[in-house]
Design a protein around this ligand. Structure first.
Ligand code: C2E
Ligand code: MG
Ligand code: MG
Ligand code: MG
Length: 280
């Protein structure tokens, strides 16, 4: 009886593995065609300045596959990194975002900035500074209006090739933000070693505010540390007015999240920006 059971489990297991492998190769095949088939798009999520002196947005990649439907970036970005497809995709997003931002920069009455996520694969296998210089030249977006979001693992690498790119970007006037701050395993020493300008607190620390006392203490400590290091702080995943109120009280510089707006199409963000400009 037990043997029979075990055998069934084994069969189930292999067939599940087979299904997974099939699903994975289907996804990979579709992903190779995503860019040439024009299945990728970019959405823009507002980033609000507490002082209301500036307005910005984060560019976020979307994939609507002809055969798989909508696939989350949480799923396809890591695979694109593995396959090296992120190089072409990352370049494409950067062009899209900077071209869009150039027109928003011109129509905004407050200083405007766009942030673009850059994966560690791009820093390892390309020269991001050379790429960015080219994109800024082609689109006419001023360097100071562009922020690149990098994760802690980019800095953990600690290679000369990466440090050189970051210094060169900073030298051009491009800002650098640490994304998902607090979720990596790297040492905090990178905060003084690298030319950073912003720190984005991961939504994991924001979601249980204001009630969770530990998260409150952590967020408060991160904000005061950042202020002492001359870094601006962005809180991610702000969904409620209570979270916003607490973050304001703690002197957080920027907030981003569903409370302000979900990520928007370029068209909808244009409307959002126009309303923002009118209301000031
Ligand atoms: P991220 O850079 O940390 O982006 C923030 C994520 O939080 C986005 O998820 C955004 O839609 C989501 N978010 C924003 N506000 C809220 C909120 O109030 N509540 C909750 N629960 N979530 C909120 P998204 O768009 O699914 O992107 C997931 C991740 O995929 C990004 O995390 C980023 O790591 C990666 N990604 C997206 N676009 C790109 C890209 O163009 N290049 C690279 N390298 N990575 C990207
Ligand atoms: Mg980001
Ligand atoms: Mg983030
Ligand atoms: Mg995140």
């Amino acid at each position: 009886k037990a043997k029979e059971h075990g055998r069934n489990c084994f069969q189930f297991y292999t067939s599940a593995m087979h299904e997974n492998a099939k699903a994975r190769s289907l996804l990979e095949g579709a992903l190779h065609k995503a860019l040439p088939n024009k299945e990728l798009s970019v959405v823009y999520q507002p980033i609000q300045d507490m002082q209301e002196e500036r307005i910005g947005c984060e560019a976020l990649l979307r994939w609507r596959s002809e055969i798989l439907g909508d696939v989350s970036p949480m799923e396809f970005i890591p695979i694109s990194e593995e396959l090296g497809l992120i190089l072409a995709m990352g370049e494409w997003v950067l062009y899209q975002a900077c071209a869009q931002a150039k027109s928003w920069y011109e129509q905004s009455s407050k200083p405007f900035f766009v942030t673009v996520n850059v994966s560690s694969t791009q820093f390892k296998r390309q020269d991001v500074a050379v790429l960015v210089a080219q994109v800024l030249r082609d689109t006419g977006l001023p360097a100071k209006s562009l922020t690149l979001e990098i994760t802690e693992n980019v800095l953990a690498d600690n290679s000369d090739h990466i440090l050189r790119q970051l210094r060169s970007l900073r030298g051009m006037g491009v800002e650098l933000a640490i994304d998902d701050f607090g979720t990596g395993y790297s040492s905090l020493s990178y905060l003084k070693r690298f030319p950073l300008s912003k720190l984005k607190i991961d939504k994991e620390f924001i979601q249980d505010l204001p009630s969770d006392a530990e998260d409150r203490a952590l967020v408060k400590a991160i904000i005061s540390m950042a202020a002492n290091l001359n870094l601006k702080v962005v809180a991610e995943g702000v969904e409620t007015i209570e979270q916003l109120g607490l973050l304001k009280q703690l002197n957080c510089d920027f907030t981003q999240g569903y409370y302000h707006s979900r990520p928007l199409s370029a068209e909808d963000f244009t409307v959002y920006l126009a309303r923002f400009n009118e209301s000031r």
